[in-house]
Design a protein around this ligand. Sequence first.
Ligand code: HGY
Ligand code: MN
Ligand code: MN
Length: 410
Amino acid sequence: MSAAGLADARRVLARCDELAAVTADPPRLTRLSLTPEHARANALAGRWLAEAGLSTWIDAAGSRCGRLEGVRPGLPAVLLGSHLDTVPDAGRYDGILGVVVAIEVVRRLAASGRPLPFAVEVAAFGDEEGTRFGAALLGSRALAGTWDETWWELCDGDGVTLAAAFEAFGLDPARIATAARAPGDLVAYLEAHIEQGPSLEAAGRALGVVGSIAGALRIAVTATGRAGHAGGTAYEHRRDALVAASEVVVAAERLARETGGIATVGRLSVWPGAVNVIPGRVAFSLDLRAAADAVRDRLWSAIEACMAEVGERRGVTFATTLLHAAPAVHCSDRLRAAVAAGIRGTGDAEPMVLFSGAGHDAMALAAVTEVAMLFIRCHDGISHQPAESVRLEDVAAAVDALEAAVLALA
Ligand code: HGY
Ligand code: MN
Ligand code: MN
C-alpha cells in the first residue's frame, strides 16, 4: 500500500469522523432524513465535492449530488454513491464510508487530468434506512424514477408527514419527478459499503464483490385485544394483545428458519403500558428478507397464517401495513467484472463473491441502470451500532479498487 494511498484513506476516515459528529443525540450517532443534521451532512459532502472540482447540487429528493464531466459535456454518467442517513445510535461507516470513498475516487479522477468517455457522478442519498418514515430507499428511488406518491402521507414519530418534512427542508414535493434520471443518463451504479457481516474477516480478505442483494419486506403490525385489570381478570376472560403478539414474534423466527428467510422484530410498543393493566394494544415491526423473493413472500404468508390462528384462539385482531418492499437484486456481470478487476488490482487474485443480506441503495438503482457493489471488511461483521469499525489499509484498498473499477469501464 503506497504512502499516498494511506494518506487518502486517512482523509476518508477523518471525514467519516467529521460526519459522525453531525448527530441529533450526541454522543450517539443518529442522523435522520430531512433534518438539520441531514442538511449539515449535505453541506459537508458538498464542500468536499466542490474542493474536488465537481459541480454539486441537491436534487429534488434532498440527495447531495456531484458531477465530473467526461471528454465532452453531457455524457451519460457512471454513478457512485451510498447514503448519509443512519439508524438510531449508529456506527459511523454504514453508508457514510461509501459516500466518502466515492468522493475520494472522483477527487483522484478529477486530479488525473484524464477525462473519461463518460461523466462520473456521486450521489449521497438522505434516506436509505427508512428510520424516520418507515419506507426505505427514498432518495435512491426518487433518482431511479420509482417514487411512490403514497409515501407523502407517511408520518414520523412526531406526526410530521413526509410532505411537510420536504417543505421544512426547503424541497417542493411537486418537483420530486425532477430527481428521476432517465436510463440513458447512467452507464452504471457502483456502491462501496461495509459488508455488515463476518465473511470477509473470516476469509482474511479486505474486499469482496457482491453477487446479489436480499429482497425485503417491512410491515407495521398492530395487535388489538382488550385492556383489563391484571388482578381481577381470569385468563379465560383475557384478550391479551402482548401475549398474542409475543407468540407471533417467536413464531416469526421459527418460520424464518424453516423457510430459509430471516425475520426481525426491531420495535415493539405496548399500550397502555401500566404494570397492572392487561395490554389492550401492541404495535410491532416486521423486517423480512430472503435471497429469493418467492422465499421472502412464503415467509410472510406463513406469518400471516400464524397471526390468523393466534388471533382466533386469543380473541385478538392483527392489522398489518406494508411499509417497504424491495425485490432481490442480481448485480450485473459486466459491473461485477469491473469491481473484481479493481479488487485484483489491490493484490487479491481471487476476489470473493458475497451475498448481501443487508439492503442498499443499489437495490433502487437497479430499476434504472446496472448495479454492482464493493464490500469492505468490517470488524466482527458488526454494524448498526457504535462498535462498527474498519481498517485503514482496507479503506485504502477500497479507494484503489473503486477507482480501478471505474477506469475498467472506460
Ligand atoms: O436494513 C438494511 O439492510 C439497511 O441497513 N438499510
Ligand atoms: Mn444500514
Ligand atoms: Mn447501509
